[in-house]
Design a binder for this molecule. Sequence first.
Ligand SMILES: NC(=O)c1ccc[n+]([C@@H]2O[C@H](COP(=O)([O-])OP(=O)(O)OC[C@H]3O[C@@H](n4cnc5c(N)ncnc54)[C@H](O)[C@@H]3O)[C@@H](O)[C@H]2O)c1
Ligand SMILES: O=P(O)(O)OC[C@H](O)CO
Length: 339
Amino acid sequence: MGNHIGIIGSGSWATALAKILTDNNQHIHWWIRNEDTIRHMQLRHHNKHYLTSVYFDTRLLQLDHRVEEVVKASDTIILAVPSAFLRTVLDALPPNALEGKKVVSAIKGLVTGTNQLINDYLGELFNLPLERYFTITGPCHAEEVASEKLSYLTFSGMDTAETEAIATLFNNSYLQTIVNKDVMGVQFASVLKNIYAMGAGIAHGLEYGDNFLSVFITNCFREMQEFLEKYEQNQAGAGKEPTVHNYNASAYLGDLLVTCYSLHSRNRMFGNMIGKGYSVKATQLELNMVAEGYYASRCIHEINAEIGAYMPIAQKVYAILWEQLHTEEAFFELEKGLV
Ligand SMILES: NC(=O)c1ccc[n+]([C@@H]2O[C@H](COP(=O)([O-])OP(=O)(O)OC[C@H]3O[C@@H](n4cnc5c(N)ncnc54)[C@H](O)[C@@H]3O)[C@@H](O)[C@H]2O)c1
Ligand SMILES: O=P(O)(O)OC[C@H](O)CO
């Protein structure tokens, strides 16, 4: 029996994942919000808004603007919308919509409003068991997938054989896959690195140099670990077993580095504009793409109010973005505490 794969979303990442899968000759059901984008794709064979250089064999695509139809037709559903839109998109589905299906989250964010991990939200709303939930993380910019530059993605899931079966669908000459069981840890690593890339962008906008940036990122890496350890201590208190995290793996350190350094990074671009003195509103309008770190900084700020990890950098990024803290003063204070 063939795979019935559905992709939810039509931004850069959804388009990159659709390219990988169709390059591997997989048929996909693809939810695209805008009917005009669907018509364009059918006629001109590419997404007119994102990764426009990527052309598709449209015989492999089943396009639909009705999310419930795409979910119904698929047994493996890949979520690739920005976290801020996830609830609006999935709220249209009945509570049994994911019964018997596997869900793969490619989202690097938490559910806004509730600060939940995507699996916790899907468990609560659709009764999706953790065994049927998987994640795609790791350092990977959609733009480099578009130009077929060698990239590595990490697939995480509780069952190694099932996770490997999903990862295999993506393996090809320009895409290598890594598999682990660290579902919770890699999700938080993806969320946190977006906040730190915002910070790296702000530093760049404020004209700090490479020397400062390397120290800054080293401290971000330490904060990431401190957060996860505190989070797990909190969970252990609630009866959950702590997991071992391989912090030196590419889903942790690699993604932190690429997002802080790459000129493709939307989070870094966003931060850079803030550092140069643009307001959050002006930056959002100018960028016209989603920088997850903006929402993540608030989610993590709220979670950390409960768990109390020492994370001055994430705290300052939050205060700059959400409480109008003066960027230069915030970074001047940060300078003194870096190790
Ligand atoms: N772009 C990358 O290189 C990359 C890589 C790995 C992971 N991710 C993650 O993938 C997720 C999606 O990001 P992206 O890069 O595709 O975003 P994007 O900025 O490229 O696209 C934004 C998407 O949001 C959709 N959208 C806009 N308003 C909407 C609304 N009101 N309701 C529903 N959808 C709406 C747009 O149609 C578009 O599909 C994020 O969590 C991101 O962190 C992105
Ligand atoms: O462009 P960004 O900043 O959203 O980052 C994209 C990917 O997460 C990099 O791994």
